[in-house]
Ligand binder design. Structure first.
Ligand SMILES: Cc1cc2nc3c(=O)[nH]c(=O)nc-3n(C[C@H](O)[C@H](O)[C@H](O)COP(=O)(O)O)c2cc1C
Length: 488
């Protein structure tokens, strides 16, 4: 049975909290000459180029190479390229802490039109797949799957820890979540079903991908398409495939490996038991409170265009957004996600400038689809402070915070629940990005002073932990050469 010692997780969460003091105490200097490469590159595997995007690529509703290409590209492909004094940054379809891109995508598929059954790695740099194994291995990932293709996401510790040290484990969830917001939206646009799975046998999936688990670990799976039951998989021999080193040397943060190890599910029975536990988890019913009904409007911009437009706002103008715009962003984020875990995060907002809403703090009651006022006032300065002193939150029209009762979540779902709660917040935040850019607004993920966020939204948020934060507003035009600035 899964390790139920949830103190390990709660300790990890506590020791990676930011506070006013911790930021000053733990100044971390970036070792630029040792900056990790943003790609995983296999030395000896031949690239299999993905087809270029063109009208008619991919048959709607079918998992073929054209649609697979679009799923991978619009989730994790390179959408922008910018030169900075320190070098070039290849920005990707989804937002990522520090533009360090520590999440990799792999495909485990049956025979598809134009692609033989196998296990493949996706390289966004050359838009190519590389085959790690030949044959249909889907049953290793999920014996019951009927999806022709499974997209597995992994996190590489060092690529993000170079900057964020032990906090990287939280970033795995957020940065993987923004990728999955895109992936799910794109699957929907292509008429493909997509089911996210957080429950799987870790050692099987890590072994299938040939991962060195001290450096890179499988995090989640998306099953795309249906109607193609997996047969038994070929024998799984160990693979060791040489890759280009990310840096001259890497720094290990054992606390993250231990944290992750405590979330592992060891057997298919444990996976089934975990899914059952997750299915039974339910957030406590919110007491009825007088709230303001949202006024969302339907989506009208094609998802590909929204993703191509996306790019985190580096500064906001202090102009108001409309109540409809804010409603649309909130409403889209709360749409159910097809997963093997339940909704865990609660959503709060600091409203600075939304037409028709009194500035103040709100709780978003997702069941009733209402905004419940918590306190009135001009909290621009407070929002800046909560976001590690970053003006983006104070200048934004609204800052949306995700909070969760971690103890309750872990009591029900064990340590695996920690993966789920961070990941879900990333997906919700990623959806907010998409909702904002669909309406020509801007958004950015932000980091925060953990306990001050809880205190700010208390008493409603008492006992909850801050998980993630996204600020939304009108992007200000800034010098395109300015480097993405990110506090710790
Ligand atoms: C989880 C998360 C947290 C982030 N935190 C910050 C932050 O604290 N400050 C900031 O300026 N940008 C932050 N960002 C934005 C990233 O810097 C940005 O996504 C990255 O530079 C890539 O650029 P792009 O989003 O424009 O493609 C965050 C993004 C994410 C996804």
């Amino acid at each position: 049975m899964q390790n139920q010692q949830t103190e390990k997780t709660l300790n990890y969460h506590s020791r990676t909290k930011h506070s006013y003091e911790s930021i000053r105490r733990n100044a971390h200097f970036l070792d630029w000459p040792n900056r990790p490469l943003p790609f995983k590159t296999y030395r000896d595997l031949e690239p299999i180029p993905l087809p270029p995007e063109r009208e008619g690529t991919g048959v709607p509703g079918s998992v073929d190479l054209g649609n697979l290409r679009n799923l991978l590209y619009y989730a994790a492909g390179i959408t922008k390229q910018r030169q900075y004094p320190g070098g070039e940054i290849l920005f990707r379809a989804a937002a990522c802490t520090g533009a360090l891109y520590e999440i990799e995508l792999y495909v485990v598929c049956a025979d598809l039109p134009d692609l033989a059954a196998g296990v493949y790695h996706f390289h966004p740099g050359d838009m190519a797949l590389r085959r790690l194994r030949q044959g249909d291995f889907r049953a290793v990932v999920d014996a019951a799957t009927e999806a022709p293709s499974l997209i597995v996401s992994t996190g590489t510790y060092w690529r993000n820890a170079w900057k964020y040290q032990a906090r990287t484990y939280r970033h795995f969830g957020w940065d993987n979540g923004t990728i999955h917001a895109n992936l799910l939206a794109m699957a929907d646009g292509l008429g493909l079903s997509a089911r996210v799975m957080c429950g799987f046998v870790d050692s099987d999936v890590n072994g299938l991908l040939g991962l060195d688990v001290d450096r890179e670990v499988a995090l989640a799976i998306v099953a795309t398409g249906e109607g193609c039951p997996a047969g038994s998989a070929p024998e799984m021999k160990p693979v060791q495939l040489a890759t280009v080193p990310l840096s001259k040397h890497e720094v290990d943060y054992p606390v993250m490996r231990e944290m992750h190890r405590s979330t592992w599910l060891e057997t298919a029975q444990e996976v089934t038991a975990w899914r059952e536990m997750a299915r039974c988890f339910e957030k406590p019913e919110e007491p009825a409170a007088e709230g303001i009904n949202l006024e969302p409007v339907p989506a009208s911009v094609p998802i590909k265009e929204v993703i191509r437009r996306r790019g985190s706002s580096r500064r906001f103008r202090r102009d108001p957004i409309t109540f409809q715009q804010f409603s649309t962003i909130l409403d889209r984020s709360r749409q159910p996600i097809l997963t093997d875990f339940p909704a865990i995060n609660d959503i709060y907002a600091v409203v600075n400038a939304v037409d028709g809403l009194t500035p103040g703090a709100y709780f978003f009651d997702t069941r009733r689809c209402t905004l419940v006022p918590q306190k009135r006032g001009d909290f621009r300065d407070r929002a800046t402070y909560l976001a590690l002193g970053q003006d983006l939150a104070g200048d934004a029209a609204a800052s949306v915070f995700f909070l969760a009762d971690l103890e309750q979540c872990l009591a029900s779902m064990g340590n695996r629940g920690y993966r789920a709660v961070q990941f879900e917040a990333g997906i919700l935040g990623g959806r907010m990005y998409l909702g904002a850019y669909a309406q020509r607004l801007g958004a950015t993920g932000l980091t925060f002073f953990d306990d001050d966020v809880t205190e700010f939204f208390s008493p409603h948020a008492a006992n909850k932990s801050a998980v993630f934060l996204v600020a939304i507003g009108h992007p200000a035009t800034i010098d395109s050469k300015s480097t993405p600035k990110e506090a710790s």
